[in-house]
Ligand binder design. Sequence first.
Ligand code: AHG
Ligand code: MN
Ligand code: MN
Length: 292
Amino acid sequence: MIQTLKEHLETTDSELASLIIKIGEIAEIISAELPYRRGKADTKNVFGEVQLVADKWADECLIEELKKTGIVKTIVSEEHPDIVKINEQGKYNVTLDPLDGSSNIETNNSVGIIVGIYKKDLPTQGKHQVAAMYILYGPMITLVYTARNGVHEFLRTKEGFILKEENIKLPEPGQLYGIGGLRKEWQPKFKEYVEELEAKGSKLRYGGAFVGDFNQVLHYGGIFSYPALITKPQGKLRLLVEAFPMSLIIEQAGGASSNGEKSILEIEPKDLNQRIPVYVGNKEFIKKIEKL
Ligand code: AHG
Ligand code: MN
Ligand code: MN
């Protein structure tokens, strides 16, 4: 029997459930508009990266639509330097990577949306998330969420989002590795570690969108990393909008997250736009990295 996202969320707090459903609906609007929102905008984001028309538009669309719910208090978005105040009476604080992997749009490869949901005010540690989710635009649209009740995946169909897989756990042994940054920039010990993985027959899968690369690890096991680099010890990925949500999801799926020292969810953010080295995947892979 098919189960819809709404049915699956029946035992979750009703406002949180409605927020997760709403984000799924917004994701569909964004996906349908992408063909009309290509090209570069004339602006840079707080990280100094050239924004695409699609980055800015997805951000505006999410913020406008989330305003209408009345339950969102503030938003931290990759596309804004400061906290966006939405509704003082709102119950939830939301982090957004409105379009992850946006450089893949031009080549029609995977992109998606990454979301973290909190009751506590932001910035705070990732362990305080009440839910995290991502939507992946691949050949199909899938939605993965956790409301701290395991990790569940839904598939967009004519009937709406329907359950594809419930309570996903990382398979053992992990099969894949996907690692960002130039290899010559990897720290020597990390490079050795990757060479060991390769010698053992781990398969390389890297597509340049965290959502897509992460989703492969969720299903086949292994490790995704955007590591500390020699010239950029904090790596590339953003703690609040990228690393925290995915770390909650991987840990809920029986895996682990780390910045090289400890669980990413334990990191106390010092500022909204902080970057962090990211290592996520099967526990034994991540434990080894922490020992390097
Ligand atoms: P965004 O498009 O939101 O800026 O994120 C891009 C990130 C992430 O999705 C991916 O893992 C990484 O950047 C890819 O970086 P490289 O192009 O350096 O591989
Ligand atoms: Mn991103
Ligand atoms: Mn983005």
